[in-house]
Design a binder for this molecule. Structure first.
Ligand code: HEM
Length: 264
């Protein structure tokens, strides 16, 4: 029997809200929903991987010598004006969004499934996402350490003359620029720090290996036809980052960076 309580229906359905009013709720709904969260984790992850690739290419300038890497660092810090601060704020925002949304997804999925999976395929999937959380936390800790080491120079000093120590940030080249070259050479002449960087790069590789493929899948790019291509591409990007960063750390330690030619 039809309900007698239902009111008159609008001929074209419920009245539509003003699009400007809908934008706010849309963004908060996107952030709040698990699907929206997954998409944002994928997009911010791709943004962070892009930064790591560009950063690695810039750091490889250490093998072109002191002038090359110092000029590059000077350009980034002093020639871009406000742009560098906008880029830094953007990077920090992307990082925080990636971390918080990824952790929230993990906690939500655990809360939704307190009893472990029964089938081997699902166990594999949970192991991969579980390792994503732990590798992600280690990478996050590495980034904090790395900033303390090279950006804030809180970790260690460099011996500039027998018994005379200087803070990394006080190192200057013959043009009066921050001597990033000497800072990196000093940083990777310490075997303990080298070991820490090597282990962190391996963990970053593990994180990226699954993360890059997973981002493509979330964005709908990994269908049956392209699955093996996407897998190979994910591996190639993660492996290139691993090799590039290890070459910098171990190559500088081995003395492959050209020596400084003093002009004064
Ligand atoms: C392992 C090889 C790496 C080397 C040799 C290296 C080197 C450096 C150096 C020298 C700086 C300071 C630049 C300056 O003060 O001018 C720096 C900053 C930074 N590095 Fe790295 N890095 C490496 C890997 C990474 C990785 C894997 C990440 C991220 C996952 C990362 C993230 C950052 C960030 C966020 C900054 C601060 C950038 C800024 O100040 O705007 N680095 N790195």
């Amino acid at each position: 029997m039809a309900s007698t309580q239902a009111g008159p229906r609008h001929p074209k359905g419920p009245p539509k809200a003003d699009p400007a009013e809908e934008a706010g709720p849309f963004l908060s709904a996107l952030l709040d929903s698990s699907v929206g969260g997954k998409i944002l984790v994928a997009l911010t992850g791709i943004g962070l991987v892009s930064f790591v690739v560009v950063h690695m290419i810039g750091n490889l300038k250490v093998f072109q010598g002191q002038d090359s890497i110092n000029a590059y660092a000077y350009f980034l810090k002093h020639s871009l004006g406000a742009l560098i601060w906008i880029a830094r704020a953007g990077l920090l925002g992307i990082f925080v969004l990636h971390l918080t949304l990824a952790l929230r997804l993990q906690f939500r999925s655990r809360a939704a499934r307190p009893v472990p999976y029964q089938y081997p395929g699902s166990v594999q999937a949970t192991a991969a996402s579980g390792s994503m959380m732990w590798s992600g936390i280690v990478v996050g800790l590495f980034i904090l350490f790395h900033l303390a080491h090279f950006t804030f120079a809180w970790v260690t000093e460099v011996e500039v003359a027998p018994g005379k120590f200087s803070n990394y940030l006080e190192l200057k080249d013959s043009h009066g620029r921050h001597d990033v070259y000497s800072m990196v050479v000093a940083g990777f002449s310490n075997p303990g720090l080298v070991a820490l960087y090597v282990v962190s790069q391996v963990v970053l590789f593990v994180h990226l290996l699954h993360g890059i493929q997973s981002s493509f899948q979330t964005l709908g790019l990994k269908n049956r036809r392209f699955a093996s291509l996407i897998k190979a591409l994910g591996f190639l990007i993660a492996f290139t980052i691993l090799v590039g960063n290890l070459v910098i750390v171990l190559g500088v330690m081995a003395g492959w960076a050209p020596p400084i030619h003093k002009t004064a």
